[in-house]
Design a protein around this ligand. Structure first.
Ligand SMILES: NC(=O)c1ccc[n+]([C@@H]2O[C@H](COP(=O)([O-])OP(=O)(O)OC[C@H]3O[C@@H](n4cnc5c(N)ncnc54)[C@H](O)[C@@H]3O)[C@@H](O)[C@H]2O)c1
Length: 497
């Protein structure tokens, strides 16, 4: 039997191999990071589940056809009916979105419904923007912008060479894009399609002269919570809390988080480091529940901690959950080495990282890159007590691992007491793995369709404030997608991709 070694030792070994040039291409330390290096379709390693047992080996697949125009049959039908009367004629579109293939489909659907291609700008999210998709869209005349910053996190943190919080960087970047769109579209209405409330809040606070020209759509609950605090002067359609999104999107998210988690666990096990089969989930909301179910189906023993008593109670009755913790410290000291954070808040600090079992794998299944640790916190600074190892050997190790397996690089976090945890995917969301559509377009078209319906509703709404997404339209849309999936024995409720 193979001797198991601590994670840190295993990773250090690989790091040194990387440093000696044995593994993968190497990158000069100062070179800027582009996590997608080529516009060409790339091979993506995906795990395949087997009910209850060990996962089957990776099955590399190649994305067929054009990246930015994937087949989304139901969505095409929706656009054919709803877009026929050109409801978006005269509207410019400004969006922040994951820039994925299916987002290209959404942009094309908006254009087919009357919006001018040249007056449509989609800004990516730093961890989920695919350069190949963006390149194709530009080639077709659409405008896209690949973000360099994310919220308060300065991307100087990439590869751990430097961590500098620059909260202003993202704002400056967004202002420049809004200004650019306004220059090109000096008059006429604008539909903003937002993710996280960033653009809507910016326009609310700094672009009063646009308030009578703007209507908007918000996709995330985090964004809606942010917007509820504002006295909005324009209409916002709430897709985030739509019945269809809450009930039908989570299973596919859970599935993709579990699949990408499994890929990383197998990789760490392959290095000879122990991971165990226990997965601790911090957060048991819509995404947490679905992830618990998918990880359980993949053979993990799932443990849960949620700050909400109600969520703890529900978890206690969930057959997918082996153990529910009622205090964070109990959860962290329970010995689970695989830890997923699925809350929408930053869950761990220096003290919490010390409580974890040495060699824990820390996985972000939520939406912001500081879900697990605040990357601009002082304890993240290199050369202080709590170190983030991201120097050359580790960066090269990450690069080598990334190019060999299709995975993105990870960081090692070393605590004062010497524990070494793996911040998987550099703390960025696990299921955005660099592929053009981490969730198959026939499934994720559900979300793109809801955003499309939100945009159409926004275009005909004049009353300021937050409005629910039309209930009848949601139901008809879910039925349409379910009909398409049923033809191949699939369902949104129990995804099998
Ligand atoms: N990875 C993806 O593809 C993907 C897709 C959709 C949403 N998300 C993100 O996943 C996150 C969760 O979404 P959701 O819809 O489940 O939200 P939710 O509000 O339904 O659930 C969040 C849960 O976390 C709990 N929580 C909050 N702070 C906590 C803490 N410090 N420790 C433990 N539990 C805590 C809450 O009580 C709640 O039960 C959000 O950030 C969301 O944007 C990710």
């Amino acid at each position: 039997m193979r001797t198991q070694m601590p994670l840190f030792v295993a990773l250090l070994g690989v790091a040194l191999l990387g440093a000696s040039g044995v593994i993968g291409p190497q990158r000069a330390a100062a070179e800027p990071v582009r996590w997608v290096r080529s516009a060409a379709p790339r091979q993506v390693a995906r795990p395949v589940f087997r009910a209850g047992g060990e996962p089957a080996p990776f099955q590399p697949r190649v994305s067929p056809g054009r990246l930015s125009d994937p087949e989304m049959r139901s969505f095409a039908e929706l656009v054919a009916t709803e877009g026929k009367a050109q409801p978006l004629a005269g509207f410019a579109i400004l969006g922040i979105q994951h820039l994925l293939g299916s987002t290209g489909g959404l942009m094309r659907g908006l254009a087919a419904s009357g919006a001018a291609i040249s007056q449509m700008l989609f800004i990516g999210k730093r961890y989920s923007q695919h350069a190949g998709v963006a390149g194709e869209l530009s080639g077709d005349g659409f405008r896209t912008y690949l973000s360099r910053h994310e919220g308060s996190i300065d991307t100087g943190a990439d590869w751990g060479h430097r961590v500098t919080g620059d909260p202003g960087a993202r704002l400056r970047e967004l202002r420049a894009q809004v200004d650019d769109l306004v220059r090109r579209t000096p008059t006429g209405k604008i539909v903003v399609i937002d993710d996280g409330g960033e653009l809507i809040e910016l326009i609310h606070r700094e672009y009063a002269h646009l308030h009578d020209r703007v209507v908007a759509v918000e996709q995330t609950r985090r964004g809606i919570r942010r917007l509820e605090k504002l006295d909005l002067k324009f209409a916002v359609i709430d897709v985030a809390q739509s019945w269809a999104k809450l009930h039908y999107e989570s299973p596919m998210i859970g599935r993709s988080i579990a699949a990408t988690t499994l890929a990383r666990v197998r990789w760490v096990r392959g290095l000879g480091a122990p991971t165990g089969r226990r997965a601790l989930l911090l957060g048991y909301g819509a995404v947490g529940k679905a992830t618990a179910r998918a990880l359980h189906a993949a053979g993990f023993d799932v443990e849960v901690f949620d700050t909400s008593r109600d969520a703890q109670r529900t978890a206690g009755q969930d057959p997918s959950v082996a153990r529910t913790h009622h205090a964070l410290d109990d959860a962290l000291t329970s010995g689970a080495r695989i830890v997923l954070s699925l809350t929408g808040t930053t869950t761990l600090g220096e003290r919490e990282l010390e409580l974890l079992h040495d060699g824990a794998m820390l996985i972000n299944g939520a939406s912001s890159s500081d879900e697990i640790v605040d990357r601009s916190a002082s304890f993240m600074q290199p050369l202080q007590g709590f170190k983030m190892h991201g120097g050359a050997p580790y960066a090269r190790w990450g690069e080598g691992a990334e190019s060999r397996t299709g995975m993105r690089a990870s960081w090692i976090l070393k605590t004062r007491s010497g524990k070494a945890h793996l911040l998987v995917n550099r703390g960025e969301v696990i299921n955005f793995d660099g592929s053009p559509d981490p969730i198959p377009p026939r499934y994720i078209q559900l979300t793109r369709g809801l955003l499309y319906l939100g945009a159409l509703q926004a275009a005909r709404t004049t009353k300021a404030g937050i409005h629910s997404l039309d209930e009848v339209a949601q139901r008809a849309w879910v039925e349409r997608v379910e009909r398409e999936l049923a033809a191949t024995g699939e369902s949104l409720v129990d995804p099998t991709f």
